[in-house]
Design a protein around this ligand. Structure first.
Ligand code: GDD
Ligand code: MN
Length: 379
């Protein structure tokens, strides 16, 4: 193709990038996408904006619907992630994919009130504020049709967040907020990116306390599809808090791995007691069964909670299990070796046993995070 043809094809001159990027994490929201885009067009008429859907390869084809909309409107963009899950990390990647000066984060199910976006943008533009939070717990805000249990859980989570978030922020659990690029760039390398609560993460990771304002909104009912908030989200929130509190010294995943390990010891003893004491199998048979079952239990639980964002399924689950057994067997050999050596050297059995446990736990953790739940490494 020569240059004149190129010029014919590209009739548009350069157009400036948008001022505001609305970042929408999605997982199975295909029935909400079209309506949400229409509402954004209405609310943001006259603004310079784009919307970025960050979709974790939803089986319902959300990404395809977004791209279809984007074909007629450059403001509609899609970032599709494959083999990864997570609301917070999705939002972070959306922000990294735009040139906008301001970022809004909201749900893809119309529970957050898009009509507030222009007002939020105005507040940021006026200066002196880094982040505007849509709040259910300030005067005029509401949680909508939540049942008593969910209200209670949300309040409890809010209370827990006080360890890492300033007390003045009424709704740190909010998933609806708008921030300046500067705040994001100052915090992005320190973000944990775990789970659902990006706002907590942002506040806990910012080098200086962000200057914030809250505006009330009423949390609406989900339009279509179903909520992804489940017990795994609660666990992720726990991990996030651990990471923010002690992550500098100990990775949160290691803490989770260790907790699972302790539960595994309990399972081991349950099986051993059942086989050896109740069913009167030999000790070796009981110990063997207990070891196998406890290992499998640990693998299963780590796959669900410690590595919920990289969960293995199907035959990859089976392959991971074989690796896990292999890795932990090496860990057990190292455990016994170190403990026996220390015992011979010092003659004290409790510290020797503990040292063996520490060595094998660290080995198990490091090896499984490399060979089984491998995360794309930072360069
Ligand atoms: N990319 C991606 N990956 N998106 C996800 C994932 C994921 O693993 N899990 C959920 N989402 C998307 C959903 O599709 C939805 O657009 C949005 O994240 C929020 O998920 P919901 O399942 O609708 O959560 P919720 O309504 O119960 O809770 C939301 O609102 C609360 C109140 O503001 C969340 O934003 C909470 O963090 C927030 O506290
Ligand atoms: Mn929602």
């Amino acid at each position: 193709m020569n240059n004149s043809n190129l010029a014919d094809d590209c009739t548009d001159g350069p157009a400036p990038g948008p001022d505001l990027a609305v970042i929408i994490p999605t997982f199975n929201e295909s029935d909400n996408v079209r309506e949400l885009i229409e509402r954004l067009k209405q609310s943001l008429a006259g603004c310079s904006w784009e919307v970025i859907f960050v979709d974790d390869d939803s089986p319902d084809g959300t990404a395809g619907v977004v791209r279809e909309m984007g074909r007629n409107d450059v403001r509609v963009r899609c970032v599709q992630r494959i083999g990864r899950r997570g609301l917070s990390s999705a939002c972070v990647e959306g922000m990294l994919a735009t040139t906008a000066a301001y970022f809004a984060v909201m749900d893809g199910d119309m529970q957050h009130d898009e009509r507030l976006l222009p007002q939020m943008l105005g507040m940021l533009r006026a200066g002196g504020t880094d982040i505007v939070v849509g709040s259910r717990y300030t005067r005029g805000g509401a949680v909508g049709e939540w049942d008593a249990k969910r209200v209670e859980i949300s309040r409890f989570a809010t209370r827990l967040s006080r360890a890492v978030v300033p007390a003045g922020l009424a709704d740190p659990m909010s998933g609806f907020f708008m921030l300046r690029r500067e705040l994001f760039e100052a915090s992005v390398r320190k973000l944990s990116g775990i789970g659902f609560k990006l706002l907590v993460d942002l506040f806990a990771s910012a080098p200086q306390p962000p200057k914030f304002k809250e505006i009330p909104y009423e949390f609406r009912s989900r339009r279509a599809g179903s909520s992804k908030l489940d017990s795994a989200v609660a666990w992720d929130y726990g991990l996030l808090l651990i990471d923010k509190l002690v992550g500098r010294f100990l990775p949160a995943r290691f803490v989770a791995f260790a907790v699972v390990g302790v539960l595994g010891i309990a399972v081991h003893f349950l099986v051993l007691i059942l086989a050896f004491r109740v069913l009167h199998y030999s000790f070796s048979v009981g110990q063997g069964a207990a070891t196998g079952i406890a290992m499998t239990f640990n693998y299963w639980l780590n796959n669900i909670v410690t590595y919920s964002d990289m969960r293995l399924r199907g035959w990859r689950w089976l392959r991971g299990w074989m690796w896990f057994v292999a890795v932990c067997s090496i860990g057990a050999v190292a455990n016994i070796g170190v403990a026996s050596y220390l015992f011979r050297w010092r003659g004290v059995w409790v510290p020797a046993a503990l040292a063996g446990i520490v060595v094998s736990s660290v080995w198990n953790f490091v090896a499984t995070s490399i060979f089984i739940w491998a995360k794309p490494r930072r360069a």
